[in-house]
Design a binder for this molecule. Structure first.
Ligand code: PGA
Length: 252
């Protein structure tokens, strides 16, 4: 079963709409990432889909105004945390170091993590080797200290608590001509590279790898096809009901 992860970002505007989207997306191959204020409602509404938070803080409790604790999130019945999304890195100054702290905190609270990585256009323009080097650095720094630790004991085979979403920054937020998605062939090659990097460098970590960046009903079947790609992370198209219905049809 391939994963359909839906990152709603800062949408929709009301709980009513969030519940309606949840009902439409309630399948066992789906992980929903609603805005934090709707998490509770979405967890209650869904029976088959799993639910994740788009962001969390690395401390558990204390004087940190405005932050959300991984333990609080877990207590709602949330299973996943998205960490290191490029929009968080760009607009909220998230670094590989804070990403690393958040991943450790999420694991410590018992949450599963989707770590987002992806290169900017400037790296891709220099060629595939530069793009890979950029992604490799994000993986190494983001997952630093996690191998052989209490968070992720070394193990062979599939692990369920860490997934990686490869989202080339230039391909995100599409629909527009200026943001073409990557090709399924290129994304599959990068997924393979990510798996090899984590398998050899991180004591046999074997996470699922998702692709994200302007995936919609027209290209979802192509992106889900390659063996190396275990699923997709969809933003914009996942909050449009007509698109959603078509995505499910094409993904089946
Ligand atoms: P997009 O977003 O599908 O709108 O490009 C994907 C993401 O940012 O996770």
């Amino acid at each position: 079963m391939k994963i359909l992860a839906f990152n709603w970002k800062l949408n929709p505007l009301t709980e009513r709409e969030a519940l309606s989207l949840s009902s439409l997306s309630d399948r066992k191959d789906v992980i929903l990432f609603p805005p934090a204020v709707f998490l509770n409602a979405v967890v209650r509404r869904t029976k088959r889909a799993e639910v994740g938070v788009q962001n969390l803080f690395w401390e558990t409790e204390g004087a940190f105004t405005g932050e959300t604790s991984p333990v609080m999130i877990k207590s709602l019945g949330v299973r996943w945390a998205l960490v290191g999304h490029s929009e968080r890195r760009k607009y909220f100054e998230e670094t590989d170091e804070t990403v690393n702290k958040k991943i450790k905190a999420a694991f410590a609270a018992g949450l599963n993590v989707i770590l987002c990585v992806g290169e900017p256009m400037s790296a891709r323009k220099k060629g595939i080797h530069a793009a890979r080097a950029f992604v490799r650095k994000q993986l190494v720094r983001g997952l630093s200290g996690i191998r052989n630790s209490k968070f992720l004991p070394a193990q062979a085979g599939k692990i369920r608590n860490l997934a990686v979403a490869y989202e080339p920054i230039w391909a995100i937020s599409g629909g527009a001509v200026h943001h073409p998605s990557d090709t399924p062939k290129d994304s599959a090659e990068m997924a393979k590279f990510i798996k090899e990097t984590l398998f050899s460098g991180f004591h046999s970590l074997n996470p699922e790898v998702l692709y994200g960046g302007s995936v919609d009903s027209k290209n979802v079947a192509d992106f889900l096809k390659p063996r190396e790609v275990d699923g997709v992370l969809i933003g914009g198209a996942s909050v449009k009901k007509e698109e959603l219905k078509k995505i499910f049809k094409r993904a089946n």
